[in-house]
Design a protein around this ligand. Sequence first.
Ligand SMILES: Cc1cc2nc3c(=O)[nH]c(=O)nc-3n(C[C@H](O)[C@H](O)[C@H](O)COP(=O)(O)O)c2cc1C
Length: 266
Amino acid sequence: MSLPSAEDVHALLNAHRSIRSFRDQPIDDALIDRVLVDALHGSSSSGNLNLVSVIKTRDRERKSRLCELHFGQPMVEQAPLVLTFCADSYRTRLWLAQRGARLGFADLLSWHVASFDALILAQSAALAFESHGLGICYMGTTLHSMREIADFLECPTNCLPATSMVVGWPAEAPPQRDRLPGRAWIHDERYCKPTPADIDAHFGEREVRGWERYRALKPEMVERMAEHGIESLAQFYTSKIKYDPDLFAQDSARLEALFRERGFLV
Ligand SMILES: Cc1cc2nc3c(=O)[nH]c(=O)nc-3n(C[C@H](O)[C@H](O)[C@H](O)COP(=O)(O)O)c2cc1C
């Protein structure tokens, strides 16, 4: 089998767009499993321990419940497939116990090791799905509803959802989203702190395009932004209607309790 060319990889990466609207058409089960198995083969894995589990949700009623847990984001219900990528040392700990080995992987460091494996796997799967013409969107709400999603999916101790992804045949073709320019985040030899002028230059373009995009998304958004006194993209991001720092603080405390309870913080 010949390797894809650098040009193919460049084209695949640049074709990425998060897809939030899907055709009502299932994905062949063999294709899903092939992509996932390939993705694990194509992903580095800490110690090659493969501290991951992926749970497929396709049943309509179960997707509806997951949709509620993902703050009602409609694509969770609409997409034919929802994948939940779990950081999982439960299976490995069973294996260790069964072989009379010393138990491990039940601490905060192991949560990171396992969740990195899960995220690396998720991104490999994302690229593989996209290479088949499928569209994906990550669900960051997984972190906010981790306990509820874990319980709904019957995850055991030492197994928690790290991220989720909806997958399906795209019913939209959005334009490519901008990213920060390379000079904002690629450093040479040592970290180079940005000056106020650098911040203006690095964020300038997205402050115009991002602001317009969010305001154009839903007609009621302009009203809501005005109600909250939001006058810029930066103010929007940490407002009550986007990534509210108070909600993040509350959910961080909930996560800490969950890690303690489910064997990732001893
Ligand atoms: C970890 C993670 C969580 C995300 N969570 C959500 C989400 O909950 N809802 C959503 O609509 N998009 C979500 N996204 C998609 C981002 O909004 C999207 O990647 C970003 O706006 C850039 O757009 P693009 O992927 O089309 O290039 C998430 C992306 C990542 C990486």
